[in-house]
Design a protein. Structure first.
Length: 428
């Protein structure tokens, strides 16, 4: 009996010590402490924090367990800085990339979980170019809050003065552009259209990309062909061909010329409208879809999408937020906030919202081209130090060589070698 008492007392002492030491953490009566909110870091590029905060606030209201920190980054060296920080594990959860950057970024991205975003749903929501840009191997790597591309800005007064209207094809474009061009003994004073050079035509590489996409028979894996040479001749002909000369290498930059009311036709993405309005509030301009060829219909897309880092500790929650950002609710809210301080917000990426902007004298041209947008690696102003900038340099050399008198087919031999090098370097 004494042994039993001694054993019971000993067990009581041991159990008492264990409860004193560890009891509070294992007690059934202690409720587990609630976890703090999941924090996501979101890097933006173009939108000021004050414009995106209402969108974030609405999401956090619906998801109180999520905290989102927004940081606007500079476009200078953005691609290389973002990639370096992600690989070091100190980058954001969510960030923005250009629609042409997937070949450079795919290994740094977390694809969307099927339960969050299915490919079938994605393809119903967005224009085909979004799927072509951000889906690879049935995996979704990005989703756009906007759609943008190249459209034709035109000076209303200059076009009306010649009895013209927004051209639907390139022959009409040439006819109107030549009629709007005014020369004197010193050269072109008022230009009908800004095409032909790689120096003073802003977005020239996008224009060239548009022409290449529209030209039947162009193979981007081999650009040293008569079809591409024809595109080069057509483009440089606005400087070299007396029958359609509307531009010159010595003129100011095309954006400055258009803002000054000295240029009839000007190609640019939608955001250039904000710069033009600031530069010349009295300028009367509208925007039309880019002219087409009868053989092949295509528009030029250049836009940005939201992606999730492969190093994110909360990729599913990050993708849920991205899906919210591209919802009709969020896109309309972001557009409304931006429209309070500038002409308009980012053109809607959603096919379902196209009708809401179709009648706008500026934005309508961009969303109306949504179904025919295509893209390649000649997008200007990405500042990527990579696939676009390197590709553009080779084509710039080809344009300059042609303007200097080299036959386009000869110039394209060097361009073709460069194109293959860039594609081999970046395409996975």
């Amino acid at each position: 009996m004494k042994k039993i008492i001694i054993i019971v007392l000993s067990l009581s002492v041991v159990l008492g010590f264990l409860f004193w030491k560890f009891g509070p953490s294992i007690s059934l009566f202690n409720k587990p402490k609630p976890e703090g909110p999941t924090t996501l870091t979101y890097w933006g590029l173009w939108e000021d924090g004050n414009l995106i905060k209402p969108v974030i606030a609405e999401y956090q209201k619906q998801h109180p367990n999520i905290s989102i920190t927004y940081e606007r980054k500079s476009s200078v060296n953005y691609r290389t800085r973002a990639q370096a920080q992600i690989r070091e594990g100190v980058g954001p959860d969510i960030f923005r990339i250009h629609n042409s950057w997937l070949p450079m970024f795919q290994s740094d991205l977390a694809s969307a979980p099927q339960e969050v975003f299915s490919t079938d749903e994605y393809k119903r929501m967005f224009y085909p170019v979004a799927s072509e840009s951000f889906i690879k191997g049935d995996q979704i790597y990005g989703a756009p809050m906007e759609i943008d591309g190249l459209a034709l800005f035109y000076n209303e007064e200059m076009l009306a003065a010649i009895g013209g209207k927004p051209p639907k094809n390139w022959q009409e474009f040439i006819d109107y552009a030549t009629k709007m061009t005014v020369r004197d003994a010193t050269g072109i004073k008022t230009a009908g259209a800004a095409l032909g050079t790689a120096g003073n035509v802003d977005h020239w590489s996008d224009i060239l990309g548009l022409l290449l996409l529209q030209q039947p028979g162009v193979d981007f894996n081999n650009v040293a062909t008569p079809q591409v040479a024809e595109v080069i001749r057509f483009y440089t002909g606005f400087v070299t061909d007396p029958k359609k000369k509307t531009w010159d290498v010595n003129l100011p930059k095309s954006t400055d010329m258009f803002a000054a009311g000295r240029l009839g036709f000007y190609f640019a993405p939608s955001w250039k409208a904000h710069e033009l309005r600031v530069a010349n509030p009295g300028l009367k301009f509208k925007v039309a879809p880019a002219p087409q060829l009868s053989g092949k219909t295509a528009g030029w897309a250049t836009f940005w999408g939201e992606v999730v880092s492969s190093k994110s500790q909360n990729p599913t929650e990050a993708w849920k937020f991205v899906k919210y950002l591209v919802s009709a609710e969020a896109e309309k809210l972001a557009y409304q906030e931006a429209a309070k301080i500038r002409l308009f917000g980012e053109p809607y990426s959603l096919v379902s919202l196209q009708g809401e902007l179709a009648g706008d004298p500026v934005v309508g041209a961009f969303v109306s081209q949504g179904p025919i947008y295509k893209s390649w690696y000649l997008s200007s102003n990405t500042f990527d130090g990579g696939i676009n900038d390197e590709m553009i340099k080779y084509w710039e050399d080809g344009i300059n060589a042609t303007l200097a008198g080299t036959d386009p087919m000869a110039a394209l031999q060097t361009v073709n070698q460069g194109v293959k090098q860039v594609l081999d370097k970046y395409k996975q």
